[in-house]
Design a protein around this ligand. Structure first.
Ligand SMILES: Cc1cc2nc3c(=O)[nH]c(=O)nc-3n(C[C@H](O)[C@H](O)[C@H](O)COP(=O)(O)OP(=O)(O)OC[C@H]3O[C@@H](n4cnc5c(N)ncnc54)[C@H](O)[C@@H]3O)c2cc1C
Length: 506
């Protein structure tokens, strides 16, 4: 008698075990979805993921997301890192970020504008290493039961009304949904017919680790020159921007010592000599974004959905934000507890945020171009950066402090990240979000809100208790991704609260 092999069907298959795929998998598994990640690379470790190449700036929304899932404290490497962008000769004013290479300094930022950031909130920015982040997320995913198959490259897929069959060199896998988190050259995006619209590059960027025979020929720090920009750090890390229209990167030619030396000599206008080229990688300022993030049962997130230059370091943050936004919505959809349109709100909320980041990167390139007009604009920006308002604005943009979704609502907090309220017993709201549930937080302990929350017990929990600083708020409804769906300065049940519950939960 023939035995019948039941083919496993996963709730979600994710293509790519980069930080975005891993974080999304964790979010889905936290909500009890079965998840399979297929990852092309056999080995998760790579020198390009380790410092100095693998250093990434994490900003407020990412740090909050990791904190809310109990993962932030596991990123220990930043405590041992020196900022690789910090360079010799820098004065005592602490540079904490930049726009188009123009630094802004800690002392110039007026944080009193950030009314809802309470003391005890996660930091607004932190340098981290991609390999460590992936290790932490891989461990978390394994703990939650996510299956990761490495050395399995997604080559094709086809979807029906009911599911997706994913192909990889003779093997096939079945899922109800497929999410492409497979990076800038995403096969899921290509096979899925996602339109990837945007602008072509102006330059090839080089990140190199080199030994120089005559390092003193290069000026320390970030230097604009008639043909581009170079930045030399203390750790033998040199970054170059060569305004060649992205030609060298796109040519796919090898990055040899001779080539890097020729580019560095031309851009720096010196006779600098490279002794050893340890490592080098190239990138461009090509900026493209999928016009739709979903096609039937297939979605894209992270670099698969958007690419742009790493200026200002926002790509990883954008991708982690996609994952935090998508995870709970896809889980609710799979478990038939999603209000109508919930999954579509992934696109309506995340696409505009992605578009803003692409424009932020384009704006920087526009004033870094080595032409007289751009240089004139650059000089004006340099002056403006010394003003408190501009430094504060730049910091808020770079660190994502004001990132929010347009959810309507009467309270100014709606659509924003919920403040990290500290309760009288010392616990914080963020620490109470590890389970990934929504929260109806009631500072007043009003019985009717508790009853209301109990009707949504599959998706939200009711919390009551006084916080040290309640910011004039009496009750707040928080989505699983930490976004405020409703807030009120009086804790009464209202039409607006009922609408918010109805819009986000079943
Ligand atoms: C020089 C540089 C500096 C940067 N600095 C910052 C910074 O400071 N802050 C910041 O936020 N961002 C920064 N970024 C951007 C950031 O690194 C990326 O946006 C981020 O890594 C994207 O994560 P991801 O998971 O979407 O994609 P990736 O990290 O590219 O992961 C995709 C994964 O998919 C796998 N894969 C690919 N194809 C397939 C396939 N067919 N089948 C299965 N698996 C597949 C890949 O092997 C990979 O593991 C920087 C980028 C560069 C180049």
């Amino acid at each position: 008698m023939n035995s019948i092999h039941k083919v496993a069907e996963y709730d979600v298959i994710i293509s790519g075990a980069g930080p975005v795929g891993l974080f999304l998998a964790c979010e889905l598994a936290l909500a009890n979805c079965s998840v399979l990640i297929l990852e092309k690379a056999e080995n998760p470790s790579s020198p390009l993921k380790q410092q100095p190449f693998g250093i990434r700036g994490l900003s407020a929304p990412s740090l909050e997301a990791l904190y809310r899932r109990g993962l932030l404290h596991e990123l220990t490497l930043h405590k041992r890192l020196k900022n690789p962008h910090q360079h010799a000769g820098q004065g005592t004013r602490r540079q904490v970020g930049h726009f188009a290479g123009i630094p802004f300094h800690e002392g110039d930022i007026d944080t009193s504008h950030w009314t809802y950031r309470l003391p005890g909130s996660p930091p607004t920015s932190l340098l981290s290493e991609i390999e460590e982040l992936e290790t932490v997320l891989t461990h978390r995913a394994a703990t939650l039961g996510v299956e990761i198959r490495r050395g399995v490259s997604v080559t094709n897929f086809h979807q029906t009304e009911h599911g997706v069959t994913v192909l990889s060199n003779g093997q096939s896998f079945h899922g109800k949904w497929l999410v492409g988190c497979d990076g800038s050259r995403s096969i899921v995006r290509k096979v899925g017919g996602f339109d990837f619209a945007g602008t072509e590059p102006n330059f090839t960027g080089y990140t190199t680790q080199i030994d120089l025979t005559n390092p003193e020929t290069l000026k320390p720090g970030r230097n604009l020159t008639p043909t581009g920009m170079y930045l030399q750090s203390q750790s033998g890390y040199v970054m170059i921007q060569d305004f060649d229209g992205g030609a060298y990167h796109d040519s796919g030619k090898p990055i040899t010592l001779d080539h890097v030396q020729a580019v560095l000599r031309r851009v720096s206008n010196t006779d600098v000599t490279i002794n050893v080229l340890h490592r080098a990688t190239t990138w461009t300022d090509r900026a493209r974004q999928a016009t739709a993030y979903r096609n039937g049962r297939v979605l894209v997130a992270g670099d698969a959905a958007h690419i742009h230059s790493p200026l200002g370091g926002q790509g990883l943050n954008l991708g982690l934000g996609d994952a935090m936004n998508l995870g709970w919505k896809l889980a609710a959809t799979l478990q038939n507890r999603a209000p109508e349109g919930l999954l579509d709100s992934y696109q309506t909320e995340r696409h505009p945020i992605g578009a803003q980041v692409l424009d932020w990167s384009r704006a920087q390139v526009a004033i870094m171009n080595p032409d007289p007009q751009s240089r004139a604009l650059h000089a004006i920006f340099r002056d403006l950066m010394n003003t408190r308002d501009v430094a504060t604005y730049m910091a808020a943009r770079v660190w994502g402090v004001n990132t929010h979704y347009d959810l309507g609502g009467n309270h100014p907090l709606v659509g924003h990240s919920v403040p990290n309220f500290v309760f009288e017993n010392g616990s914080t709201l963020g620490e109470l979000m590890h389970d990934g549930l929504g929260i109806l937080l009631d500072f007043e302990g009003v019985g009717s809100l508790k009853t209301l929350a109990s009707a949504y017990s599959n998706s939200i929990k009711y919390l009551s208790g006084r916080a040290n600083d309640q910011l004039g708020i009496k009750a707040v409804l928080v989505r699983p991704d930490g976004v405020v769906a409703w807030a009120s300065s009086n804790a009464r049940e209202s039409y607006e609260l009922l609408t918010a519950l109805h819009n986000w939960f079943v």
